[in-house]
Write a protein that binds this ligand. Structure first.
Ligand SMILES: Nc1ncnc2c1ncn2[C@@H]1O[C@H](COP(=O)(O)OP(=O)(O)OP(=O)(O)O)[C@@H](O)[C@H]1O
Ligand SMILES: [Mg+2]
Length: 239
């Protein structure tokens, strides 16, 4: 589904990612850990092709096609989908309008809105005045209606209350499993791991990936011993 080879990304002349290698297979979910500022969101933005986050070296291959120079909207049409860490608010565009644009099946959009406790938000401008957790639910709502094949989720559960994490986790895992979709999920809290089946986690540290292993075990190690421990463990740089 996704193959990243020797990718380096600079921001304002500063190297953020150096010679990164990564593969995500069809139906696979990869969990990405890493301290603040290590470049996790940068990686996702580079995959999406956001301005200022382009590859200075290496290649990003999605569904067998190199997408390095492809415009973001074309990547999205190919099946890439993003759930932002900090979603923008969009004045003048209502959540129900974007839902209708993404999926004409009103039963499906209304059903999903109800599941995610967003029925009362449908008539509001996207994310305008939404609480932190409401924004995250609205992001997941739009992402699933978009029906992407590879989901890039940047801290989906941050700021979401425990009950809503459970709802979001179930909605997400149902989508991933039923449809055989792939995902890259960034998490700090690890709560999402209770709902998502994933065999593979990795840590981004000092511009590179370290470790490949069970996400839950990795999360426990990080919590108890810190990120640096991941560099010295049996795990190796990821390929
Ligand atoms: N547009 C930008 N201009 C300047 N520096 C940037 C820009 N975007 C990212 N950076 C810097 O790149 C580094 C990596 O940022 P990034 O957002 O990828 O980190 P992260 O791993 O997602 O962190 P967090 O866990 O806090 O979300 C940080 O030092 C950040 O300040
Ligand atoms: Mg981030």
């Amino acid at each position: 589904m996704l193959e990243i080879k020797n990718l380096s990304v600079d921001i304002e002349g500063k190297r953020i990612l150096e010679n990164i290698n990564l593969t995500i297979k069809k139906g696979e979910t990869l969990i990405l850990f890493g301290p603040n500022g290590s470049g996790k969101s940068t990686l996702i933005k580079a995959i999406m092709g956001f301005k200022g986050y382009s590859a200075v070296k290496g290649s990003i291959v999605f569904k067998g096609r190199e997408i390095n120079r492809l415009a973001t909207e074309k990547r999205v049409k190919m099946g890439l989908g993003l759930m932002y860490q900090h979603p923008p608010a969009i004045r003048g565009v209502k959540l129900e309008q974007i839902a209708d644009f993404l999926d004409k099946d009103k039963n499906r959009t209304d059903g999903l809105a109800e599941k995610l406790s967003l029925t009362k938000h449908l008539h509001r401008d996207i994310n305008m005045g939404f609480s932190g957790g409401e924004m995250k639910r609205a992001e997941l709502f739009q992402l699933i209606l978009q029906n992407p094949d590879l989901l890039l989720l940047d801290e989906p559960e941050s700021g979401v209350d425990i009950e809503n994490i459970s709802t979001m986790g179930k909605v997400l895992s149902e989508y991933l499993e039923k449809e055989g979709k792939s995902a890259l999920i960034i998490t700090h809290t690890g709560y999402i791991l209770d709902y998502i089946k994933s065999q593979r986690g990795c840590v981004l540290l000092n511009k590179q990936f370290w470790c490949v292993g069970s996400p839950k075990e990795m999360f426990d190690t990080i919590r108890e011993q810190g990120y640096e421990k991941c560099k010295g463990c049996v795990c190796h740089q990821m390929s």
